[in-house]
Design a protein around this ligand. Structure first.
Ligand SMILES: Cc1ncc(COP(=O)(O)O)c(C=O)c1O
Length: 405
C-alpha cells in the first residue's frame, strides 16, 4: 500500500537500526553499555517526586489542566529567566508551558508554517528541528552547525539563494549532537541579521543548565530587542532529570507564543496538574539539585575524555550538553557512522548514536551520551581499546570488509 503523504516524509529512524542490533546483542546475553540514547539515567530529585505524590492525592488535580500551563508554573519560568539570564518576561503573554520542548517545537512549526516555507536549520541537528517543519509542509535549507566566523556568511548565502525568503532560523546551542556552545556576541550578530531580513529565530536551549567549567551558556533573548522575532525553548528533562515527565517551555515573542498557545489549545489540556505543580516547585528551588546533576555529567565527561583517550580515541571535551561529538577514528572513518556504530556494538559491546542520524554532515562522527555511570564509561573504554587492538592486528584489517558506504 502507498505510504501516506506525511509518513513518506519521515525516513525510518537511523537509530532504529542500532537499537535493533543492540536488542539482538542483549538477547544473546551481551552486556551492552548504552551511550547511544540521549535519555538521562539519573532519578528525578526526591523533593520533586515528593511534591508530585503530595499533590496527586487531591482529587481536584485529576481534572483537565490548563493547556498553556497553570499561572504559578508560568510565573516560576519567568523568575528563572530573570534570575539566570536577566531577561524579563510577562508570564501572561510571553510564556507557554509545553509537553516537553520537543512537543512545543513541533507545534510551533505547525502553527507558523505554510506549505513550501523555507526553514534554515543546522546540519547535523536534533531531528525534530528539521522534521517538525517537514511534517508541517516546510522545506529545509541546511546550515553549518558551528557557531563560528563562517556562520553569518553561510546564513547570508542561505537567505540569498532561497525562494521564498526563509521564514525561520533554528538555533540550538549547546547543540545536540555537536555540543557547540554559542557566545552572546554570536547571538547579537545573528539577531541583527535576522531582524534586518525579517526572519523568525527559534532557539532550542534544552541544555541551558548542563554546562561545565563554570561557563553558563547564554540565552539569545539576552540580546536587546531579540524578543521582537525570537522564541526560545527550554526543557526540564535534563535540568532536573525529568525526561519522562514531559515538561518544557516556549518563551519570547508574544505573537509567536500566541500562535503556539492557540494550536495547543486545540490539541491538549496541558500536563497533568500534579506534574505542573511539582515542576513549579522544582523551578522555584534553590538550584542545589541542578548543581548536583551538572556535577555528575561533568565527572562523567572527564572520565570519558580521559579513558577513551587512553584507549586511543581522542575526543574533544564538550563544554556543555550531555554529549561528546566524537570524530570516528581514522582507520574506520571511510565506513561511515552507521557501520562504525554497528561494529562498536558487535565487537565492543558499546552503543553510540551514528552521526548520520542527525544529518548528512554528521557522518564522520558518532555521538556519545553521558548516560552511564563512571564505572561503565571506563568499562566501555576498555572494551573499545580491545576492539581497536584486535582490528589493528587483523592481517588484512577485516574491518573495512564490513559493508561499505
Ligand atoms: C536539543 C534538544 N531539544 C529538545 C529535546 C527534547 O527535550 P524534551 O524532553 O523537553 O522534549 C532534546 C532531547 O534530547 C534535545 O536534545
Amino acid at each position: 500500500m502507498e505510504e501516506f503523504h506525511k509518513v513518506r516524509r519521515l525516513p525510518p529512524y537511523v537509530f532504529e537500526q542500532v537499537n535493533r542490533l543492540k536488542a539482538s546483542a542483549r538477547s544473546r546475553g551481551a552486556d551492552i553499555i548504552d551511550l547511544g540514547m540521549g535519555n538521562p539515567d539519573l532519578p528525578t530529585p526526591k523533593s520533586i517526586v515528593d511534591k508530585l505524590c503530595e499533590v496527586v492525592r487531591d482529587p481536584r488535580t485529576h481534572r483537565y489542566s490548563s493547556s498553556r500551563g497553570i499561572p504559578g508554573l508560568r510565573r516560576a519560568q519567568a523568575s528563572y529567566y530573570a534570575r539566570r539570564f536577566g531577561v524579563k518576561l510577562d508570564p501572561e503573554t510571553q510564556i507557554v508551558a509545553t509537553l516537553g520542548s520537543k512537543e512545543g517545537f513541533a507545534n510551533m512549526a505547525q502553527a507558523i508554517t505554510a506549505p513550501g516555507d523555507v526553514i534554515l536549520c543546522p546540519n547535523p541537528t536534533y531531528p525534530i528541528h528539521a522534521f517538525g517543519f517537514i511534517m508541517s509542509g516546510g522545506v529545509i535549507r541546511s546550515l553549518q552547525a558551528e557557531p563560528d566566523a563562517g556562520f553569518i556568511p553561510a546564513l547570508e548565502r542561505g537567505v540569498r539563494h532561497s525562494i521564498p525568503k526563509p521564514l525561520a532560523l533554528i538555533l540550538n546551542y549547546p547543540s545536540n549532537p555537536t555540543a557547540h556552545v554559542a557566545s552572546l556576541d554570536f547571538y547579537k550578530d545573528v539577531v541583527a541579521y535576522a531582524k534586518k531580513n525579517d526572519i523568525i529565530i527559534l532557539s532550542d536551549l534544552a541544555y541551558s543548565e548542563i554546562y561545565f567549567d563554570g561557563n553558563p551558556p547564554p540565552s539569545v533573548l539576552q540580546v536587546p530587542g531579540a524578543i521582537d522575532n525570537t522564541v526560545e525553548f527550554t526543557s526540564m528533562s535534563k535540568t532536573f532529570s525529568m525526561p519522562g515527565w514531559r515538561m518544557g517551555f516556549a518563551v519570547g515573542n508574544e505573537r509567536l507564543i500566541a500562535a503556539l498557545t492557540r494550536v495547543k489549545s486545540y490539541l491538549d489540556y496541558g500536563a497533568f496538574t500534579p506534574i505542573q505543580v511539582a515542576a513549579t516547585a522544582a523551578l522555584n528551588g534553590d538550584g542545589a539539585d541542578i548543581a548536583e546533576v551538572r556535577d555528575i555529567y561533568h565527572k562523567r565527561r572527564d572520565v570519558m575524555v580521559d579513558s577513551f583517550g587512553r584507549a586511543g580515541w581522542t575526543i574533544p571535551a564538550p563544554a556543555a550538553s550531555m554529549f561528546a561529538w566524537a570524530p570516528i577514528p581514522e582507520p574506520f572513518r571511510h565506513l561511515g557512522s552507521l557501520e562504525f556504530s554497528k561494529l562498536l556494538i558487535e565487537h565492543a559491546d558499546v552503543a553510540v548514536a551514528p552521526g548520520v542520524g542527525f544529518g548528512e554532515h554528521g557522518d564522520d562522527f558518532v555521538r556519545i551520551a553521558l548516560v552511564e555511570n563512571e564505572h561503565r564509561i571506563r568499562q566501555a573504554a576498555r572494551n573499545i581499546k580491545r576492539f581497536f587492538w584486535s582490528s589493528a592486528k587483523q592481517p588484512n584489517n577485516v574491518v573495512p570488509l564490513a559493508a561499505h558506504r
